[in-house]
Design a binder for this molecule. Structure first.
Ligand SMILES: [Zn+2]
Length: 470
């Protein structure tokens, strides 16, 4: 007999033998799913960050037991993943890559769609997302990102649009659909990408993302300076921002923007509102985003860890459980820019959020009721050794140089790739990943020291819906 079945039967007979407690209230067991996405982070990115932080490319806590390691194919709707073909030439990895919107749709709705589409299939049909299903069944759901609040990855949690650039529409959907109780990110119109208040029209010149709605989008601060409002295509629109400022949010939502308010809610569950909209005081991300200078954390915005803990304290008020997606969004930006030191900083912030959330789970929940998944939506940058793409060292791995030292590396593209990405998982029903295995990539497995087995990005929803009994 199956070991679990016999254990279960033994358990049933013990329970049956016990006297029933009088008026025992049936205690509904909670189910929580926390999904971390380091945007644009393949095995090389995760490993480089681990080595830089710990001195071992597998040195982070979630990279060893009891955590499970699988991998995941992320190919676009027009592509596939064939291990033999994949490693037949160096160039193959560059083809058939997904974008973040199609990947977010695959992860949240279980369907591959056209690149650029969110929550719609390739016939533009509306797809129900995991958060929408979970909310209908009484779970609370939320999304936290270190980039703009309605960017593709957070937008995929409860957004539906044929273009990921319809940020204000996606923002509106996220706020009003009833599926979400937490929405945290950047895209603040009064602050520039370095987290400074916008003075004059400085931002227009240094942000390609900003669009100026009209010449009267400005206000004067107490010191008499003229401030322009700049509306980010992945954030609230002018009309939406006015409503937020006037307190005209859908019922139950509370708006915060100051780092102290994120910290207040992160530190004290008693401070948590029913629903939380947090727009951090930065136009683009939690980190200073200037390609020509060293990337640094903006001190006036929350850390990803603080934002995540605030989200957890809001969502955890629900007795049934919750789903939270947490994105390290600017990892992808750095890999696109082939900025490895910047990527390491973004991954450090991401890993700090993972550590804080795991700590939260152990104090406030348990691994019996919470599943944590740490993965990526796709690889970006094709990060290998500088010797790669040469005969005799075609696929030579990035070389790790230990704690605090940059690896020896070369980016081979500024775009996304079709490489498998890692999936680290721990907690409730984690064994279900075993049922989702699509194949094995022996070459990639050997390269990254795991068994090479992979699921597909459309499989996460199977595991997540099972955990929540949907
Ligand atoms: Zn992405």
């Amino acid at each position: 007999m199956n070991r679990y079945i016999s254990l279960f039967l033994a358990f049933v007979s013990i329970i049956a033998a016990l006297p029933l407690p009088v008026q025992a209230a049936p205690r509904a067991k909670k189910s929580n799913v926390i999904l971390f996405i380091a945007d644009g982070a393949g095995f090389a990115t995760f490993s480089a960050a681990a080595d830089y932080q710990t001195g071992s490319p597998t040195g982070l806590p979630y990279m060893s037991k009891p955590w499970k390691l699988y991998s995941c194919s992320t190919y676009s709707i027009d592509g596939d993943y064939d291990p033999d073909e994949m490693w037949s030439s160096f160039k193959k990895q560059m083809g058939n890559a997904t974008d973040s919107a199609a990947a977010a749709t695959a992860i949240n709705a279980g369907v591959k769609t056209d690149n650029g589409s969110l929550g719609l299939d390739d016939d533009q049909e509306w797809l129900e997302t995991f958060a929408e299903m979970a909310a209908k069944k009484g779970y609370t759901c939320g999304s936290v990102t270190s980039v703009q609040v309605a960017h593709a990855t957070p937008g995929g949690v409860a957004g539906h649009a044929d273009s990921r650039r319809e940020g204000s529409r996606i923002f509106e959907q996220s706020l009003k659909s009833g599926a979400l109780s937490v929405l945290i990110g950047c895209g603040h119109p009064e602050y520039d990408r370095q987290g400074n208040p916008v003075v004059g029209d400085s931002l227009s010149r240094n942000s390609q993302l900003a669009t100026r709605n009209s010449s009267d989008d400005y206000y004067f601060s107490a010191d008499g300076k003229k401030h322009f409002l700049e509306f980010n295509v992945f954030g609230p629109s002018k009309r939406q921002w006015e409503k937020i400022q006037n307190g005209e949010l859908p019922e139950g939502w509370e708006f915060i923007e100051a780092r102290e308010d994120f910290q207040r809610i992160a530190n004290d569950p008693g401070e948590a509102p029913k629903k939380l909209l947090g727009i951090a005081r930065s136009h683009v991300s939690f980190t200073y985003d200037d390609r020509n200078k060293e990337r640094q954390v903006i001190p006036t915005v929350p850390t990803l860890a603080e934002a995540s803990l605030a989200a957890l304290n809001v969502l955890n008020q629900n007795r049934k459980g919750f789903y939270l997606m947490i994105e390290g969004g600017a990892v992808d930006t750095c890999n696109h820019n082939n900025n490895l030191p910047g990527m390491l900083l973004e991954m450090r912030e991401f890993n700090a959020a993972v550590a804080a959330v795991c700590d939260w789970v152990e104090k406030n929940s348990s691994w019996e009721e919470t599943l944590i998944i740490i993965t990526s939506d796709h690889d970006t940058g094709a990060l290998w050794s500088p010797n790669a793409d040469k005969s005799g060292s075609l696929f030579e791995k990035i070389q790790f140089n230990g704690k605090g030292s940059l690896p020896t590396y070369k980016y081979f593209t500024a775009n996304h790739t079709n490489q498998l990405v890692p999936v680290y998982a721990r907690g409730k029903n984690v064994e279900l990943f075993e049922k989702c295995i699509r194949g094995t990539d022996p070459f990639f497995g050997k390269l990254w020291n795991y068994d090479g087995r992979y699921i597909d990005n459309t499989d996460f929803i199977q595991v997540m819906t099972y955990v929540m009994g949907l």
